[in-house]
Design a protein around this ligand. Structure first.
Ligand SMILES: Nc1nc2c(ncn2[C@@H]2O[C@H](COP(=O)(O)OP(=O)(O)O)[C@@H](O)[C@H]2O)c(=O)[nH]1
Ligand SMILES: [Mg+2]
Length: 247
């Protein structure tokens, strides 16, 4: 609880057995509920999560992908009447210690969405972010800021907190099941004019952290460009993208 807000932390997990325990143990005690969704991992993520005292552990019958995993996460969190829903990756890449700062921005009414940014500050490459990822992150962010007229330091972080009502008011169920889900959701949020803040967050890429490979990063990058162009054309009234229609 924070300022009477029920806080639900969701971890979309896939082959996360090496880092799951460390991540969960580092979650500060303001979390009311912790949910792990295992996207049909090949390792023992599910049993590990079940033995860690997590409040709810769900295993997909088949692998749905990162976006599909988040859909289950948010559906469950909303069904539990969360006030704030925070997504944390189970690969210990983002610091769970920053969760209170991110939730406070929402719990005390100033913002609707809070992003943990690896790019604000100078730690990303020092923390081990591969140089090509850093480069693409900066270029895609520049292009997106121009196309959708925003001023964010990055659109690609997987450390995010949402006021639950934001997720109730966006039709995220029809978004992609792949990595571009995150980008679609953030653009939908910006389109609706929600207040978004960024909190600087350390990042760690060590051997145990999962990492999307180069070819999947390229597919993701092209998806991001498609979403940004849809945003722009929708703003100009030239193309009615279903991404930006209400539920
Ligand atoms: N559900 C699901 N999640 C995945 C898959 N591949 C990666 N992930 C998760 O997506 C998140 C981001 O991927 P990651 O490889 O860490 O990307 P990076 O941090 O940008 O290098 C991690 O928490 C992974 O566990 C997948 O095929 N399915
Ligand atoms: Mg990662």
């Amino acid at each position: 609880m924070l300022n009477s807000n029920k806080i639900v932390i969701v971890l979309p997990a896939y082959n996360a057995s090496l880092t799951l325990e460390k991540t969960i143990r580092a979650i500060p005690d303001l979390a009311d509920v912790v949910i792990v969704v295992d996207d049909h991992s090949a390792d023992d993520t599910f049993h590990l999560a079940s033995n860690l005292g997590v409040d709810r552990v769900i295993r997909h019958e088949r692998n749905l992908g990162y976006g599909g995993n988040q859909k289950t996460c948010y559906r469950e969190a909303l069904a539990m009447d969360a006030d704030i829903i925070l997504m944390l990756h189970p690969d210990y890449q983002y610091s769970p210690q920053m969760i209170p700062a991110m939730c406070a921005a929402i719990a005390y009414g100033e913002y609707d969405v809070s992003l943990g940014s690896r790019i604000l500050g100078k730690g990303a490459v020092k923390g081990g972010m591969p140089l090509y990822k850093y480069f693409f992150n900066r270029v895609l962010t520049l292009v997106q800021n121009i196309l959708i007229n925003q001023k964010l330091s990055e659109y690609h972080t997987g450390f995010r907190a949402y006021r639950a009502d934001v997720l109730r008011n966006i039709s995220f169920e029809s978004n992609s099941n792949d990595f571009v889900f995150d980008n679609e959701l953030l653009c939908q949020i910006l389109k609706k004019g929600y207040r978004v803040c960024e909190v600087s967050c350390p990042t760690r890429y060590d051997d145990a952290s999962s990492s999307i490979n180069f070819s999947r990063s390229v597919v993701y990058g092209l998806g991001v460009l498609r979403v940004s162009l849809s945003y722009l054309l929708d703003s100009w009234g030239l193309y009615r993208s279903k991404l930006f229609r209400n539920p």
